[in-house]
Design a protein around this ligand. Structure first.
Ligand code: K1U
Ligand code: ZN
Length: 184
């Protein structure tokens, strides 16, 4: 297992639509293990393959609370089969846009179908933080970021700050919040 560098916004790979997973083999399982290790180390509660530069429709997540056992999930070709009419706000973050948070309104519950790492079809209803996270990660597979739900001005402010962070990192200028492992 290894920790992979996480792409930072803006990056064209974070705006592209990922391709369906077709091979349920050892290399897919290795990618999922690496993504989970990268997510836990970040730390984060989800990660999509495009965030590590792999343009495949694979996401991982674990939104279990600190007092619950870990529940690492890997979902290939996830699709939202049903969304609740009831929506709710959540202050979202993104490992590709570190230190920026904004309220996004999404359906409170969703039913998701996917293929697991053994190639078996799965379906599950997600609620609460799990529902927020799975929708955020599926958005990544479609080249959509949480800042795309914001107005042009807010999105522009965040994007310019991220461009500066990436310039500073490229010049190896220390940044108060770290991020030295990010891929530029
Ligand atoms: O996809 C990503 O960039 C990961 C992202 C997932 C996410 C967070 C919040 C709402 C929706 C989706 C993160 O994990 S950001 C980090 C984070 O939220 C967190 C980190 C440590 C503990 C708890 C949360
Ligand atoms: Zn994200």
């Amino acid at each position: 297992m290894s920790i992979r560098p996480i792409l930072l916004h803006p990056d064209p790979r974070l705006k592209a639509v990922a391709k369906p997973v077709t091979a349920f083999d050892e290399s897919l399982r290795r990618l999922a293990e690496d993504m989970l290790e990268t997510m836990y180390e970040a730390p984060g509660i989800g990660l999509a393959a495009p965030q590590v530069g792999v343009m495949s429709r694979l996401i991982v997540m674990d939104c279990s609370r600190d007092d619950e056992p870990r529940r690492p999930l890997a979902l290939a070709n996830p699709e939202i089969a049903w969304r609740s009419e009831e929506t709710g706000p959540y202050e979202e973050g993104c490992l590709s846009i570190p230190d920026h948070f904004a309220e996004v309104v999404r359906p409170k519950a969703v039913e998701v179908t996917w293929i697991d790492l053994e190639g078996k079809a799965q379906r599950e209803r997600f609620e609460g933080l799990w529902a927020v996270c799975v929708q955020h990660e599926i958005d990544h597979l479609n080249g959509k970021l949480f800042i795309d739900y914001l107005g042009t001005i807010k999105r522009g402010v965040i994007t310019r700050k991220m461009e500066k962070l990436k310039r500073d990192l490229a010049r190896e200028k220390p940044h108060p919040k770290g991020h030295e492992a990010a891929q530029l």
